[in-house]
Design a protein around this ligand. Structure first.
Ligand SMILES: O=c1[nH]c(=O)c2ncn([C@@H]3O[C@H](COP(=O)(O)OP(=O)(O)OP(=O)(O)O)[C@@H](O)[C@H]3O)c2[nH]1
Ligand SMILES: [Mg+2]
Length: 199
């Protein structure tokens, strides 16, 4: 099955490709080139729908029919920091912030409150659009964030996140561990059930 991924995040694209080995997953950029989508909604769901709808509409304009578009809006929420960065995770340290910049900002804000470790969770909302119908599903992963980066694997905040039941960060454990219980895996398992019904 050919699925167009409405994401420009290389870490996410890699994860989707691994999670859907039997499908042809194509990042939108390969078909449409660069498109900037302003994520101005107030929820993961709102932004996920906006990303999927924008790409779906552009593909339709180009004559693509019966296309399945999937998007992912995700982020990490730290209750001890007033639920920051949440939907602003990708731009916590500013509009064009790198993962490194965002991690530094999170470390800085944890240190300001003298927090070495505190509970946190990831959310992923996946939106699916097929034949102009929109479907959304969510997945979560709970654990703790720490005020330092450990390990090189994963992307984004993974080197700072220790999932419940583990001693090491996702940056140290690597993707093979993360893929069994991540927010994205859980949301995608639900998305696959939706696809089974609608296709
Ligand atoms: O360590 C992480 N492991 C994860 O599994 C994960 N999932 C999300 N995130 C963070 O949340 C932002 C999403 O923002 P986001 O959904 O707007 O994505 P994005 O802007 O990077 O790409 P796009 O899909 O919108 O094109 C990302 O940049 C990351 O910082 C993660 N960090
Ligand atoms: Mg984004």
């Amino acid at each position: 099955m050919k699925i167009v991924l409405a994401s420009g995040n290389k870490g996410k694209i890699k994860e989707f490709e691994k999670l859907m080995p039997n499908d042809e997953v194509v990042a939108f950029k390969e078909i449409l080139g660069d498109i900037e989508i302003i994520e101005d909604k107030d929820s993961f769901k709102g932004n996920a729908i906006k990303k999927a709808q924008t790409i779906y509409d552009e593909l339709e304009k180009k004559g693509y029919k019966d296309i399945i578009v999937i998007s992912d809006d995700s982020g990490i929420t730290v209750p001890a920091l007033n639920n920051e960065p949440g939907i602003y995770s990708a731009r916590y340290a500013g509009v064009n912030a790198s993962d490194k910049d965002n991690n530094s900002k999170l470390i800085e804000n944890l240190n300001k409150k003298n927090i070495e470790k505190t509970s946190a969770f990831y959310t992923a909302c996946i939106a699916i659009i097929y034949q102009n119908e929109v479907y959304t599903v969510h997945g979560w992963m709970h654990g703790n964030v720490i005020n330092k980066e450990l390990g090189q694997d994963g992307f984004g905040y993974d080197p700072m996140f220790i999932a419940n039941g583990f001693e090491k960060t996702l940056g140290e454990l690597g993707y093979e561990a993360k893929k069994d219980f991540s927010h994205r895996t859980k949301a995608l398992n639900l998305a696959k059930k939706v696809l089974d019904v609608i296709l």
